[in-house]
Design a protein around this ligand. Sequence first.
Ligand code: UDP
Length: 382
Amino acid sequence: MKVLFLDQSGKPGGAELCLLDIVKPFANTSLVGLFADGDFKKLLETNHIPVQVLTTQAIKVSKESGLFSAVASLGQILPLIYQVIQIARKYDLIYANTQKALVVGAIASFISGVPLVYHLHDILSLEHFSQTNLQVAITLINKFASLVIANSQASKTAFIQAGGKANITHVVYNGFEPKNYQVEETEVKKIREELGINDNFVVGHFSRLSPWKGQHILITALANCRENVTVIFVGDALFGEDEYVKKLHQQVKDLGLENRVKFLGFRDDIPQLMSACDLVAHTSIAPEPFGRVIVEAMLCGKPVVAAKAGGAVELVEDGINGFLVTPNNSEELAQIINNYVEDKVNILEIANHARINASHRFNGDFINYKIQELLKTVISKN
Ligand code: UDP
């Protein structure tokens, strides 16, 4: 099967890391076309996946953009669309992995006759997108996509509520390679020493720094946690949220928590860092479409507390394989952390159960098999 994968990002966010694993079995026959240069391209190359940067000109539309900038951007992307049409003719499928890739992929599919698949990594609601963006996405998907792969039931439900076609939409969770999350005790010790966290109780937060990811909620919670609790933030402002980063640093200072909070920036040793934590916190204040970090924490055998909304609710069963807290509620979060500091035995049992369960439920080979079967049905119908 020859697939032309399209993704707008040069940076490895959750959607790109998911795509990396989906693309691996197609490495010999397929191509990843990117709309920006950057670390994601390097990551694909390291994994021996053919990749081509199709444009380096930034497409000036954001999730909040209105009709005017959407139309204006169309002129800007015409050369890109033309290029994608030429390339697509050599492939069986166009697989759009992001919203701008959907716009380009849909037009290219219409003109070239190559079927379009859309991997939906977003909750298509007004909480995350402008009305114009929503309408453009839904219209293009309904008109041109043969298949939609939704990354959670929450993403699928929001898509249908916004007017998307239910009959072409299938939920497939992100897949992971469990053995990548098994970290030797010596490595864990080394990281804890390097970070200078020694005997402290460490809460890890793994996400790009962005207001809706709610890092500020964890900082507020920390002020109500015991003195030996420290927090590490792993991740960077990937999409220009520099003001938020400044605010986070100011908040830490105002609360006098400088010695209990570390910002580590973007890292590519997530399994090692997660394994060095005592607990992983997910604090998104808007519904999370999937929440890769939640599954990754489970695979590392770490207790995870997640904000009760969106895809997170499908991943975590409260008190069974992790904990759920009300989004935007730092008191509840502090309470869970303090409970854990007091009673480790029970919580470690929960984490162990989560690890075993997640390694089956999100097994990368099984997920890739499901996706390949879905893609085959699209090709056989065309
Ligand atoms: N991640 C990473 N390095 C970092 C921070 C995060 O590789 O410094 C990874 C993280 O392990 C996860 C992904 O980025 O696999 C984030 O995916 P998630 O679904 O949690 O959120 P998204 O970024 O898609 O909103």
